[in-house]
Ligand binder design. Sequence first.
Ligand code: DGL
Length: 278
Amino acid sequence: MATSNHPIGVFDSGYGGLTVLKEFINQMPEYDFVYLGDNARTPYGTRSFDVVYEYTLEAVKRLFDEGCHLVILACNTASAKALRSIQQRDLPRIAPHKRVLGVIRPSVEEVAQSTQNGHVGVVATSGTVASDSYPIELEKWSEGRVKQTSQEACPMWVPIVENNVMNTPGADYFIQQNLEALFQKDPLIDSLILGCTHYPLLIESIRKFIPQQGVRVIEQGKIVAQKLQDYLYRHPEIDANCTKTSERKFLTTEEVHFFEARAAQFLGYPIRARKIEL
Ligand code: DGL
């Protein structure tokens, strides 16, 4: 599909990546962005490696067709299960000059700097936890500063957000259970990574149920936006391929009116979306 605009593609299984897009737009308003939410097939967190890889690759190819030279997987599950294969196996073959980046590495770099005692907690989908991406990457990139990483899979949290039942007693029940289980594994945790882009929508309940004081909660949007700007500064050849006319496009695999209504809640302003098939 020929297009004169080259937006930055932002992909998530559903609405969660909008928490990242919102920060991209805040911090980099001049750039063009196209968001793709695979709402019809969400959640990804409980799906196998092969399925997440297959769905994510389809989405990335679709975003390339929209003119993107750079795609951000604003989804931890896709970053954990599909990013490496896409970068190493697919890109050299289908689009050697294009780039696909994820959200795990920026979060890991941030927490490695900020933890005071080296005890890190991660809440994420079952898929991200099972991949062990956070413990592996923290071990690799923290230069010994992170001593212990404890994880808790929270399979109910994405459905709570997708179904818009945050701040209800039912939602709070699951959030409290999962956080208590995590802090029982390691009561010394001083930094908690929200390892799923849906979770910032649950921040009030999360703060309420962290069983101790002084824990730093790491939300990904601001951090990933900052790291993206650093990346574009360090890679002017990629930056030159990102057009800057402040255009925003929204694509969803679900019915448009659902997406438009929820996306407006996430972003704080109305948007128009287009339904696509992958
Ligand atoms: N926002 C995705 C993530 O960051 C959600 C996962 C899902 O679809 O289960 O992991």
